[in-house]
Design a protein around this ligand. Structure first.
Ligand SMILES: *Cc1c(COP(=O)(O)O)cnc(C)c1O
Length: 368
């Protein structure tokens, strides 16, 4: 009954929008980590490659291996830190690995030597996110040493922005200046990585100077602007619709307590609609008594606790709803629309988390 429908045509359209945004000469690396932000990594990866993305990126070696097992042989970078125990799997599946220290690069080169393979690395420079990577102050010396390692090719050097989606671009510009300075100094040492990259969705859309050789869109591929509502204004199309069907429509008298712990009481004789979807499907329990779903093209408030598998809507103002009517949790119905960003905002989060929290219990359907 509950399904997430992913419009691969929308994904391809979004790739077109992003290709237009970066212009000619800039390759696109489709970020399909976290099961393509909940959309399904393999089908989304294939759609992005068909639409002209040259590269794929995931967070972990396991995610990369899963794509290789799905017979996807495009260039594929793991963006997150990986453990030396994972190097043999990464190397034998021809993954390019992000590296954040000379020590890891040395261990990786050793693993490649043992297997008779060549490691391909993208060194991450930490220009101010203070998360992963070699701090910019040490980066030039360490990257030069990494580039000199045997059994290893320095395929790329990259950085990642803390707040490129914000209107105030000063922090992103400071990071970009540090990155360009490191690249220039490397160039002075004769170290010229094939691919220099920095842009996430926010920078692709709003910071043209950061495009370099390759750009790494994630959330924009799925149709959302990283800053929240605004994706549509850029011509992006949300790709995922989460829908189900009303499983019960029943009246309740005034004063009836609804769902666990009776956190909601009807103020009037009411019609309650049962939605067979709950927090085990990825609907946050914090949406209890907050937010809406669409039935008959209109917003219906969530009342009472969101349960593991079921949620109740107040349908009193929607006479005529019957069992089997479509319920849209994320997406469009008639003239109404609830985005993953709007749903997330009710519980203090964003489209990213809302989308990648849709659990494996929800079947994904693919349409063109
Ligand atoms: C997740 C991620 C991206 C994509 O970010 P979006 O904001 O979704 O476009 C790009 N680069 C790195 C290093 C990432 O971790």
């Amino acid at each position: 009954m509950t399904r997430a429908t992913v419009d691969l045509g929308a994904i391809r359209h979004n790739v077109d929008v992003l290709r237009e945004a970066v212009g000619p000469g800039v390759a696109l690396m489709a970020v399909v980590k976290a099961d393509a932000y909940g959309h399904g990594a393999a089908p989304v990866a294939r759609a992005c490659l068909a639409a002209g993305c040259a590269w794929l990126a995931v967070a972990t070696v396991d995610e990369g291996v899963a794509l290789r097992r799905a017979e996807i042989d495009a260039p594929l970078l793991t963006l997150g830190p990986s453990d030396p125990a994972e190097y043999p799997a990464a190397l034998s599946h021809a993954l390019s690995l992000a590296v954040g220290s000379l020590a890891n690069a040395t261990a990786l080169a050793q693993a490649a030597h043992t297997l008779g393979l060549t490691a391909r690395v993208h060194v991450k420079v930490d220009t101010g996110l203070n998360r992963f990577g070699i701090p910019a102050a040490r980066a030039v010396a360490e990257i030069a040493a990494i580039a000199a390692l045997p059994h290893l090719v320095l395929e790329g050097v990259y950085t990642h922005f803390a707040s490129s989606e914000e209107d105030d671009k000063s922090s992103a510009r400071r990071q970009l200046a540090l990155f360009m300075d490191a690249l220039n100094r490397l160039d002075g040492l004769g170290v010229r990585p094939l691919l220099r990259h920095a842009s996430n969705s926010g920078a692709i859309l709003d910071l043209p100077d950061a495009r370099l050789d390759l750009a790494r869109p994630g959330i924009a591929l799925y149709g959302y602007h990283p800053a929240g509502p605004g994706g549509a204004a850029r011509g992006l199309r949300p790709a995922l619709t989460l829908r189900t069907r009303l499983a019960r429509v029943e009246t309740a008298p005034a004063g009836a307590g609804v769902s666990y712990n009776h956190t909601f009481h009807t103020a009037r004789p009411s019609v309650l609609g049962l939605v067979p979807l709950g927090y085990a499907d990825g609907l946050p329990r914090l949406l209890s008594n907050r937010g809406h779903m669409l039935v008959g093209g209109k917003r219906r408030p969530i009342v009472g606790r969101v349960c593991m598998d079921q949620t109740v809507l107040d349908m009193t103002d929607a006479p005529g709803a019957v069992v089997g009517d479509e319920v849209v949790v994320i997406g469009r119905q008639g003239d109404s629309y609830i985005g993953a960003d709007e749903l997330g905002a009710h519980v203090g989060t964003n489209a990213y988390e809302t989308l990648c929290r849709i659990t494996p219990r929800v079947p994904r359907d693919y349409v063109e």
